[in-house]
Design a protein around this ligand. Structure first.
Ligand code: ATP
Length: 448
């Protein structure tokens, strides 16, 4: 059966173009022009992918994401964003979106995200929450150790804590490599040849969390058509990785704590308890201690999970590692796309250095993969780099002698970004009049 895709886009022409392209690639595509209609569609039908604009006339992509997660947790959500919306897009990823793609984009880029996900979850049954059960083997876990001091330090910690049976809480911003770090800990442990089960706690609706964690027996609730093994049992002897653990509801936190204390679980609807031997690794991109002090996260559970903590620095904090990861992701992209791009052009290198990378390694990896896809030369040119990366985060000096700058266009873009796209402010920062700014925008074909 063709994969079902629902697009939410109020720009009729763009939606039509995407539809035609995806239909030609064998997908079944439907479109909503409004959030209201999209909600109706999501309620009535099951989709593999929901591709939504972040800004809709009557709704927001983030709100649609939340709605979709409640009503259809297995539908993968991809957000289409305008420039300067990366922070919101990163927020969406934290909330469980599959990915985001910055407009303008070519349909091939969207297809790449869809195909990558489709190849990962080939046989996912749409009626049940996906269990990411991944027995891992050494060669599969590619792990780049950076050259920065902070990278070396946290990798040292992973090696030290790996062989123990301690529960480790991995903290770090979204996309910094928390799951990769958890897999490394598992690999360094004596459990390395047993299962590593990753669970995205943010994606499990609280009503079915108990059945997801502990399993259920046939007939124990409507929809329980077969016995189902929970994550604890699947990870027995190995490691259970609880991603976004801060998203668990209070009730689910109690159930989890009990299982950890007793090392025994009872599937929903069963009378039999099962002994489990599971090492728990968890990850969070928020300040869990703050959640504890606000009463949103149980303190006893926090201490259980945090026998040892590892902080993964953001990419911004370890800029020395940037080109090492760039090289690695470039090689990876070349391999998967069968291309032979050898590196970045000088301008792209400069842009990469100046960008803050709010989405961390995941964003770097995605930007590189999409750029490799679009590059037809030996090195990646500036034209294929997403706009937000070009808007350098480097602070402008307050007064800039405009006449002396050679790269006028970049300067204007930087100033606009700095001024939140307020043209009057940007003109002031650039020491030029508003009129001159308008002329320059036209000259450089900068559309706002
Ligand atoms: N040390 C590393 N070596 C190679 N690739 C890495 C490394 N760390 C992270 N990555 C890559 O970066 C991407 C993001 O990593 P990962 O999914 O582990 O991040 P995360 O912090 O768990 O993200 P989230 O907070 O969104 O769950 C992945 O594609 C991963 O393969």
């Amino acid at each position: 059966m063709a994969q079902q895709i629902h697009i939410v886009e109020d720009d009729v022409a763009f939606g039509k173009m995407l539809t035609t392209f995806l239909e030609r690639k064998g997908f079944a595509v439907s479109v909503s022009l409004s959030g209201e209609n999209a909600r109706k569609m999501l309620t009535d039908k099951t989709f593999h992918f929901l591709i939504t604009d972040l800004k809709l006339p009557d709704d927001s992509g983030l709100a649609l994401l939340e709605f979709s997660q409640k009503i259809a947790p297995n539908t993968k959500v991809i957000l289409m964003t305008g420039y300067a919306e990366v922070d919101t897009a990163v927020k969406a990823i934290k909330k469980g979106a599959l990915d985001y793609i910055s407009k303008p984009f070519r349909p091939e880029e969207l297809l790449m995200i869809i195909e990558e996900e489709t190849s990962k979850s080939k046989d996912v049954d749409l009626n049940f929450t996906e269990t990411k059960t991944e027995p891992i083997s050494a060669p599969e876990t590619k792990f780049v150790v950076g050259i920065s001091e902070s990278s070396k330090k946290f990798n040292e910690y992973l090696k030290l804590v790996g062989p123990t049976d301690m529960c480790v809480l991995i903290q770090g911003e979204s996309g910094t490599g928390k799951e990769v770090a958890a897999k490394a800990i598992h690999k360094y442990s004596s459990r390395y040849n047993k299962n590593f089960v990753a669970v995205d706690c943010g994606a499990i609706p609280k009503e079915i969390a108990a059945s997801e964690f502990f399993g259920h027996v046939k007939g124990s609730f409507t929809g329980a058509v077969n016995d189902k093994m929970g994550h604890f049992e699947a990870a027995n002897g190995g490691t259970l990785f609880l991603d976004e653990v801060g998203n668990l509801s209070y009730e689910n936190q109690i159930q989890l704590l009990r299982a950890l204390q007793e090392r025994r679980i009872k599937p929903v609807g069963s009378n039999t308890e099962i002994d489990v031997d599971v090492r728990i690794l968890s990850a969070t991109n928020e300040d869990l201690l703050k959640a504890v002090s606000e009463g949103k996260f149980r303190e006893d559970l926090y201490h259980r999970l945090n026998e040892f903590s590892v902080h993964i620095p953001s990419l911004h904090e370890r800029k020395e590692d940037l080109f090492m990861f760039t090289e690695y992701f470039l090689a990876e992209a070349n391999q998967s796309l069968q291309k032979e791009v050898v590196g970045l052009s000088k301008e792209v290198e400069e842009a990469f250095k100046n960008y803050a990378w709010p989405g961390n390694l995941r964003e770097l990896k995605n930007v590189i993969k999409r750029s490799v896809l679009l590059t037809n030369s030996a090195v990646i040119p500036l034209e294929v780099i997403p706009k937000e990366v070009l808007f350098s985060e480097k602070k402008q000096k307050n007064s800039v002698d405009f006449s002396k700058e050679s790269n006028e266009k970049q300067l204007i873009l930087n100033a606009l970004k700095e001024a939140d796209f307020n043209k009057t402010k940007a003109a002031k920062m650039l020491n030029i009049t508003r009129k001159t700014l308008y002329n320059k925008l036209e000259l450089y074909k900068i559309e706002l």
